[in-house]
Every structure is written in structure tokens, then in C-alpha cells.
Design a protein. Structure first.
Ligand code: DQA
Length: 143
């Protein structure tokens, strides 16, 4: 299986950014663990982060023809704003899990609206970096 992980805007600042909410773990730490978990599970993993909506959309489009079977995405702030990124995932039609480090339902009300959740296979929110690993385990087992 080929699994694609997409990290949205500001997630490159993990570890530094609002550590009370997002923890001290950096994106590099998270990605390192994910690559190791993928290797152990015998699946191919590609990880992409961008702060730009257009680049995220472009990467989703590429997943249509690069052999990707499953997407794990944390759209970050675009969760609450981006019809365009939602439409890209709908167009591609690959199954995806939506991941949030924080529990978006325990925060500001504007974070409780997601443009992705109804299209997602499932949503993980509030389990920190472990959320990505759990989503990866799901992606490995599902078919
Ligand atoms: C986030 C939650 C979003 O509301 C926020 O804009 C982020 C990160 C999370 O992982 O908890 O940037 O997606």
C-alpha cells in the first residue's frame, strides 16, 4: 500500500507553536516515527507539508496518478475554511482520515466546523501526535 500524509499550514512550527495546545514534539519527530511505523508495517509512505493552499491542492491532485491508496490529512486551519481543498479530495476520491492534534471540539466554536469530516472515512481529534500513528495503523489494515 502507498499512504500519503499531508500536513497543512503552520504545522511546520510544531514544538514551538502554542506548546500548551500542540505539545513539544516537532513535525520532524512526528514524521520520523511515522516513517518507522510504515517501514515496520511494510507500507510505502510519503509525507508532504505546505503552508500554501494551492500547493496542498496540487499534492492531492498528484495522488490521483502517483499510486497513492490512502490519505491521512491534517488540513490545520484550512479545515475550517477551504472548500477548494475539500473539492480536491472529493475529486480524487481516495479514502482519507482527518487528523487533528488538538481536540477541536474543546476549543473556539469556529474550529467545530470542518469542510472535510463528512467526506472522511473517520476523524481523529485530540490524541496529539499519536493520532497520526493510529490513522496509519488503520490505513495499513483497511482495504
Ligand atoms: C489543528 C486544529 C486547527 O483548528 C488549527 O487551525 C491547526 C491545527 C490541530 O491539529 O489540532 O492549525 O488542525
Amino acid at each position: 500500500r502507498n499512504i500519503l500524509i499531508i500536513h497543512g499550514p503552520n504545522l511546520n512550527l510544531l514544538g514551538v507553536r502554542e506548546p500548551n495546545i500542540y505539545g513539544n514534539v516537532t513535525l520532524q519527530d512526528i514524521n520520523r516515527n511515522l516513517y518507522k511505523a510504515a517501514e515496520d508495517a511494510g507500507v510505502k509512505l510519503d509525507v508532504f507539508q505546505s503552508n500554501a493552499e494551492a500547493e496542498l491542492i496540487q499534492r492531492v491532485h498528484e495522488s490521483m496518478s502517483d499510486g497513492t491508496d490512502f490519505i491521512i490529512i491534517n488540513p490545520a486551519a484550512y479545515t475550517h475554511t477551504s472548500v477548494a481543498l475539500r473539492d480536491a479530495l472529493a475529486a480524487v476520491g481516495l479514502p482519507f482520515v482527518e487528523v487533528h492534534l488538538s481536540n477541536v471540539f474543546s476549543r473556539e466554536s469556529f474550529r467545530q466546523k470542518s469542510y472535510f469530516s463528512d467526506l472522511a472515512v473517520g476523524v481523529i481529534s485530540g490524541l496529539g501526535a499519536q493520532g497520526y500513528e493510529l490513522a496509519l495503523m488503520y490505513a495499513v489494515k483497511t482495504r
